[in-house]
Design a protein around this ligand. Structure first.
Ligand code: SF4
Length: 500
């Protein structure tokens, strides 16, 4: 797996997917449909190339339902990617306006920023005004898959949640599919029989879509309309190849509610809906918790894989403690790293603004970077092919005091340079064998390299047969340090000449 390009590297333009549009009009155009018939699509080839996988493996994973490729045939500017256990752990960044703040340019800017820092997919969760225009602008500007929650728009179009109709919901799903949405969160797994469990919770339902759906179900005293009309939903999605992201309406909203009967009851239904999706050749992933103590995360990942037949798991965090508002990108990235290690395929980011307000651009940057760290740490822990090459390259750059390379390899190169230059901004310090953390006298990298050089020289002298009594360790060490400094000077001059 190649070391990822630095986030500031220019984005390679994506060739428009006109080949995909040609499939339009067929009753089923999903990647799963083709994979099950032995066809390796252009999207599968691109995924194989990006992931350094065999295209045949990509095809078989998609056919099995263990990997999804969110690629609506109408999303022209998409660069196909994959979510699944055989591929790199992915991250999603959410944004979108609310009724309180609304700005189309700002949302597109958030999308660009999220992609720049490495978001693999983005969800437009707008609930304020101009949802249609924002969504279209976001899809048109995006090379990564775009996800939505169609129920938000369906609710916007009626006075009260309870006025929602099945026809209205299905119309919205199709409308968004026609706009090019690549995956949709559908809260179809919460059933009437789980309602008594909710009352026992500390924090009830914390999923926006789930709470709205529950309100409708209680008012009409009817079963979840998405559940009862699931075949119709699938019939729409398979025409455009929209991936279902099965929403976890009953995800725990606090540690006290984690792994309870409401969460696991709904999970059983999500497993049932997964199989139904596959009967329609519709690609599906399953959304997961929420707020979970660290010691329960591995069990949650294993349970999902078992109950939902190994469909890719797409987790929100999970947050590992409830007491750090303002820092929930950290509380949740801890959980996300553990979840990724134990099998989650995609991690939905949480920003420092979580529980407090709508994320701004700096929140998006911090959230994306926190999750890139979590996903990469999970890939390293899972021993993915080549995952650690990036870390090893950084270690080499550190050991050789190659500051420019360290910045280039950093997950956030601009921030790394900014931090270094805040104290040692002069160009001369870009070749220094120390930074301001320990200073020249205490730099352990430098001191350790001097020790190694002294030891090597001492051993060479011994090998020459010099009697021990004649060896002068202090002089040998001083000479070795001098020689190492001279060698470094020559190497730096050569590097400078090469760069010039
Ligand atoms: S001064 Fe300290 S922190 Fe800086 S490079 Fe040397 S060992 Fe690392």
């Amino acid at each position: 797996m190649p070391i990822p390009a630095a986030p500031t590297a220019p984005v390679t333009p994506v060739a428009p997917r006109d080949y995909a549009r040609a499939r339009l009009g067929e009753p089923c155009v999903t990647q799963m449909h083709y994979a099950r018939r032995g066809v390796i699509t252009e999207e599968m080839r691109r995924v194989a190339e990006r992931e350094d996988l065999d295209p045949a493996l990509v095809r078989s994973e998609v056919a099995r339902g263990r990997m999804v490729i969110p690629a609506n045939v109408l999303h022209r500017g998409l660069d196909p990617m994959a979510i699944g256990i055989a591929s790199r752990c992915k991250i999603n960044a959410n944004f979108g306006n609310s009724a309180v703040t609304s700005d189309i340019d700002k949302e597109v800017e958030k999308l660009r920023l999220a992609i720049k820092y490495g978001a693999d997919t983005c969800m437009d969760l707008s609930t304020g005004g101009g949802i249609d225009a924002i969504r279209q602008a976001v899809i048109d500007a995006s090379s990564v898959p775009i996800g939505t929650v169609p129920i938000y728009q369906a609710i916007q179009q009626v006075d009260k949640v309870t006025d929602l109709t099945v026809a209205g919901i299905l119309e919205n799903i199709e409308h968004q599919a026609k706009q090019g949405v690549d995956y949709m969160t559908l809260h179809a797994g919460m059933l009437l029989r789980y309602m008594p469990f909710i009352a026992k919770r500390k924090m009830g339902i914390v999923s926006r879509g789930g709470a709205l759906m529950a309100e409708w179900m209680m008012f009409h005293h009817q079963e979840n309309p998405l559940y009862t009309h699931w075949d119709e939903v699938c019939a729409i999605l398979r025409k455009y190849d929209v991936v279902v992201s099965l929403g976890d309406s009953l995800r725990p909203g606090c540690l006290a509610d984690a792994s309870d009967e409401a969460q696991f009851g709904e999970l059983e239904t999500l497993g049932e809906l997964t199989l139904k999706c596959w009967q329609h050749d519709v690609q599906v992933m399953v959304e997961g918790p929420g707020h979970v103590p660290m010691d329960q995360i591995e069990m949650n990942m294993k349970k999902e894989a078992e109950v939902c037949h190994e469909a890719p798991f797409y987790v929100l965090g999970p947050l590992t403690t409830d007491v750090a508002p303002g820092y929930d990108h950290i509380t949740s990235a801890i959980g996300a790293a553990i979840a990724g290690w134990h099998g989650a395929s995609m991690l939905c980011y949480v920003t420092p603004a979580e529980h407090l307000g709508l994320p701004d651009l700096e929140d998006v940057r911090q959230g994306v970077i926190a999750y890139k760290i979590a996903a990469h740490a999970a890939d390293v822990a899972r021993h993915r092919k080549g995952a650690r090459d990036w870390d090893d390259a950084m270690s080499d750059a550190r050991w050789s005091f190659d500051w420019e390379k360290q910045f280039a390899l950093a997950m956030d190169p601009e921030r790394a340079r900014e931090k270094h230059d805040a104290t040692l901004g002069h160009e001369a310090f870009k070749t220094a064998e120390f930074c301001s953390m320990c200073g020249p006298k205490f730099c352990s990298y430098k001191n350790s390299q001097d020790v190694t050089a002294a030891w090597d020289t001492y051993m060479k002298e011994t090998a020459k047969g010099t009697p021990a009594a004649d060896l002068k360790p202090g002089e040998i060490a001083a000479q070795a340090v001098k020689e190492r400094a001279a060698e470094r000077k020559v190497a730096l001059a050569a590097a400078k000449a090469g760069a010039g």
